[in-house]
Design a protein around this ligand. Structure first.
Ligand SMILES: [Ca+2]
Ligand SMILES: [Ca+2]
Length: 541
């Protein structure tokens, strides 16, 4: 009997979420930048790939100082990506194909060009003054405290017009909203309702753990591990800029907004971007009585797993997570995104296949980054082509080693075909297409029965057709060194060889559903022979 089955499963509890970075997915009008109409034209590809939901990185009206994570209007589309009508067409088409649409939402900060900030900075007595975080200078005229920004330098910028500093956890062009102000909360919730009324299925909420800062603006303690010349923000331990208790209250309020629009068969959800250890991450789920974030992102494979990609380390991360989760909460896993180096670059092509098998066979909702299904690697970005504002701002820090390309390498255009500009655009794209595109592209891998693309499609078919992989519980299965194995629902065995050596795993009788090598099926009994870098899913008898 299948172990761990819940009586009623909601779509987001097992959904495979596919992240599209709209600038880089498909250009439809020949300006070299991807757009919403381009995404719409590629929805058939995503349906055939077998994902359940599409997450779109920001397409809001924006001066693009941080490529759309600086929002100048929460209720409009930037002309570079299209129009609201384009968005509606995309959404309608996605729903027609059975795909959910999750949009990025950026509530921590707006653009400095947002009318709210323009008003707020106009005078100290403006009604919107308190919509952002303003403080007097320190006695020496410097910033109010020692807080540092993510993208370098102090988290405070002096606005000479009114003689006060404003807070920005990111760029000076991204002032933090004041989440202690109830009017701000209501304005942001109303923007969420704007998209929920249009029909979006949910939000990926940007930097959810940074919404609120310490009310007393205390200096953060020094980080003893930080060394001169390293990342500015690493100087301190972030006990006052991050993960303040009030944030969880706000998350529950956001949940209530989503619940206003949730009906049976029409559940809305949110995924929260939260880079925290498990004990600090779990409270974002809320409680069974008063739930918070549906899926607080579990980034541990990215920031603890891939630096040390061994069966033992990954098993430890999975077991620790499974043990930390409240019984009613839905797990989630992710291997890459627009801020992290590419999966295949970090662990190699052979292990990227093993990682894909693991991601799609662990419990809960996995998120997949565009292009990883064809094994795209980090792009080589010549110094004069660097676009990432974070990298450009850190230039001085990295000056002696040349310019760090920041997050551009993982944002290169999707490689669709072996033709000009990889089928992404009819003109030179905003970032160079990777040099390997003539061989590595969707068209080529579509025709190859053992390609990474075929593997991902096959894994998603197996996942859909195997109830134990969707709903069964997780149980570690005893395995030799270098192998991570687990049972799902007591009846499906996943065995993953993290090494380039052959391995043997004692198993009861079963049948191979899929191998990462895509070349073996049929019965196994007694011993499962794993080839180098091979993962196998076995249905036990
Ligand atoms: Ca375009
Ligand atoms: Ca904040």
């Amino acid at each position: 009997m299948l172990v761990g089955v819940t009586s009623e499963r909601l779509w987001w509890q097992t959904a495979v979420i596919y992240q599209v970075y709209p600038r880089s997915f498909q250009d439809s009008n020949g300006d070299g930048v991807g757009d919403l109409e381009g995404v719409r034209r590629r929805l058939g590809y995503l349906r055939d790939l077998g994902v359940d939901a599409v997450w779109l990185s920001p397409f809001y009206k924006s001066p693009m100082k941080d490529f759309g994570y600086d929002v100048a209007d929460y209720c409009d589309v930037d002309p570079i990506f299209g129009t609201l009508a384009d968005f509606d067409r995309l959404l309608e088409e996605a729903h027609r194909l059975g795909l959910k649409v999750i949009i990025d939402f950026v509530p921590n900060h707006s653009s400095d060009q947002h009318p709210w900030f323009q008003e707020s900075r106009a005078s100290r007595d403006n009604p919107k003054r308190d919509w952002y975080v303003w403080r007097d200078p320190a006695p020496d005229g410097g910033p109010p405290n020692n807080w540092m920004a993510y993208f370098g330098g102090p988290a405070w910028t002096l606005d000479p017009r009114t003689g006060q500093y404003y807070l920005h956890q990111f760029l000076p062009e991204q002032p933090d909203l004041n989440w202690r102000n109830p009017e701000v909360r209501q304005a942001i919730y109303e923007a969420m309702r704007f998209w929920l009324r249009r029909g979006v299925d949910g939000f990926r909420v940007d930097v959810m753990w940074l919404l609120v800062e310490d009310e007393q603006f205390r200096d953060e303690p020094e980080n003893p591990l930080w060394k001169e010349g390293e990342w500015d923000r690493g100087r301190h331990v972030h006990i006052y800029m991050e993960d303040q208790p009030e944030t969880r209250e706000i998350v529950q309020e956001m949940r209530a907004v989503l619940d206003e629009f949730t009906a049976p068969g029409k559940e809305r959800m949110m995924v929260g971007e939260i880079y925290l250890p498990y004990d600090q991450l779990m409270p974002y789920y809320g409680t069974a009585e008063r739930p918070g974030c549906h899926l607080p992102f579990n980034f541990h494979l990215i920031f603890r797993g891939m630096n040390h990609w061994t069966a033992e380390n990954i098993r430890h991360i999975v077991e620790e997570y499974e043990a930390s989760l409240p019984g009613w909460a839905t797990p989630n896993w992710v291997l890459g995104n627009h801020d992290q180096h590419r999966l295949a670059t970090r662990i190699g092509h052979a292990q990227a296949r093993v990682a894909a098998m693991m991601l799609f066979s662990l419990r809960g909702s996995p998120t997949w980054y565009y292009g990883d299904e064809i094994g795209m690697v980090d792009g080589a970005i010549p110094p004069e082509k660097v676009q990432d504002p974070a990298a450009l701002r850190q230039k001085n820090v990295h000056g002696e080693h040349g310019l760090d390309p920041g997050r551009d390498p993982e944002r290169t255009p999707m490689q669709w075909t072996p033709h000009a500009h990889a089928g992404f655009s009819t003109t030179e794209p905003w970032l160079p297409v990777n040099a390997d595109y003539p061989e590595r592209n969707v068209e080529a891998q579509d025709a190859d029965s053992e390609s990474m693309l075929t593997l991902v499609r096959t894994l998603l078919v197996v996942r859909r057709e195997t109830p134990a992989l969707l709903e069964g519980n997780y149980q570690t299965y005893k395995s030799p060194e270098g192998v991570f194995a687990y049972l799902r629902g007591g009846e499906v065995l996943v065995a993953l060889n993290f090494t380039p050596e052959p391995k043997q795993l004692p198993v009861p009788a079963g049948e191979v559903l899929v191998s990462t090598h895509l070349d073996r099926y049929g019965a196994v009994e007694g011993v499962l022979e794993l080839r180098p870098n091979e993962g196998v899913i076995v249905k036990l008898k």
